[in-house]
Design a protein around this ligand. Structure first.
Ligand code: ZN
Length: 251
C-alpha cells in the first residue's frame, strides 16, 4: 500500500510522474565524523535520513521524494579525532548545487534540506543562495530547528552540542545497538573564557577545534542521556518537521 518515498528506489518513469504531482524534493545532509568514544561516526547521516523518513510518514500523498543522503560534511574541526572524514567547503557547496540543478531539470522547483550537522550550515546557506540565482530553485533548510523546542525543554546539561545528553539520547532511541554504553563519560570542557561557552548569553563565534575544547570528543554530558528522552525528542521534532514541510509544499 505504502508509496515509495526514496528517490533512489523509484524508476525514471515513476519520478517523471511524481514531478507532475509535486514540485518539491527532500535532501538529507549528514557527516562522517567522530562522535566521542560511544556513538557511531555516521550518527548525523543516519539521523538526517531518519527524521525525513519519519516526517514523510505524516505527510499526505503525493509525498515529496527523499534524495539519497549526502553522507559527508564539513568536519575539519573534528579532524583531531579518529574516524572523521571532511569535505572542503567548496566540495559540499558544489555537490548541493549540482543536485539542485539536476532536480530542477527534471521539473522540481523547491528543495528542502534537512541538515544534521552544524558544521555544514554556513556552506549550505551559500549553496542555497547560489541555487536562487541559477537556476532559481527555492531552497528551505532545517538545521535542527525542528528539534530545538524539545531540546530546550528536555535537555538540561549545559554546552550540549556534540555527542552529549541530546545526541546520545536520540541515538539510544533510534539505534541503541550501536551505542557503546560502557564508554559513556562526562568530559572536562575548556573554553578560552566563560563568555565563549555555547550556553553563555549571546556567545561570540570563534573558530574552535573540538580537541581544543574536550579531551574525549564529546561536548556536553552523555551520562544524563536516556532512551525515553530520545523518544520524546524525536516525536516532537518529527511532528514539527512534518508540519513545516506541509507549509512549504503549499508555498
Ligand atoms: Zn552529530
Amino acid at each position: 500500500m505504502s508509496e515509495k518515498i526514496h528517490w533512489g528506489e523509484m524508476t525514471r518513469v515513476e519520478l517523471k510522474k511524481l514531478a507532475e504531482k509535486t514540485d518539491t524534493v527532500l535532501l538529507p545532509v549528514g557527516s562522517t565524523e567522530q562522535h566521542g568514544p560511544h556513538l557511531p561516526v555516521d550518527t548525523d547521516t543516519f539521523d538526517a535520513k531518519y527524521i525525513l523518513e519519519k516526517a514523510c510518514e505524516l505527510l499526505p500523498d503525493p509525498k515529496p521524494p527523499i534524495l539519497p543522503v549526502i553522507p559527508y560534511g564539513v568536519s575539519g574541526h573534528h579532524m583531531g579525532f579518529d574516524g572523521t572524514i571532511t569535505l572542503r567547503d567548496k566540495t559540499l557547496h558544489d555537490i548541493v548545487v549540482d543536485i539542485g540543478r539536476s532536480v530542477w531539470v527534471h521539473g522540481f522547483k523547491k528543495m528542502i534540506i534537512y541538515n544534521a550537522h552544524g558544521g555544514n550550515t554556513a556552506v549550505l546557506r551559500t549553496a542555497a543562495n547560489t541555487l536562487k540565482k541559477d537556476p532559481g530553485l527555492r531552497v528551505f533548510m532545517d538545521s535542527g530547528q525542528s528539534m530545538e523546542k524539545g531540546k530546550k525543554e528536555l535537555v538540561k546539561s549545559v554546552n550540549d552540542v556534540h555527542a552529549g545528553e541530546y545526541e546520545t539520547s536520540t541515538s539510544l532511541a533510534n539505534r541503541k545497538e550501536l551505542v557503546d554504553i560502557d564508554s559513556i563519560e562526562k568530559p572536562e570542557l575548556t573554553f578560552p573564557h566563560p563568555s565563549f561557552e555555547f550556553n553563555a548569553e549571546a556567545p561570540y563565534f570563534f573558530n574552535w577545534n573540538t580537541d581544543e575544547l574536550t579531551s574525549t570528543g564529546v561536548i556536553g554530558d552523555p551520562t544524563v542521556s536516556n532512551e525515553e528522552k530520545g523518544d520524546e525528542l524525536w516525536e516532537r521534532g518529527i511532528k514539527t518537521l512534518s508540519k513545516r514541510i506541509k507549509i512549504i509544499l503549499k508555498l
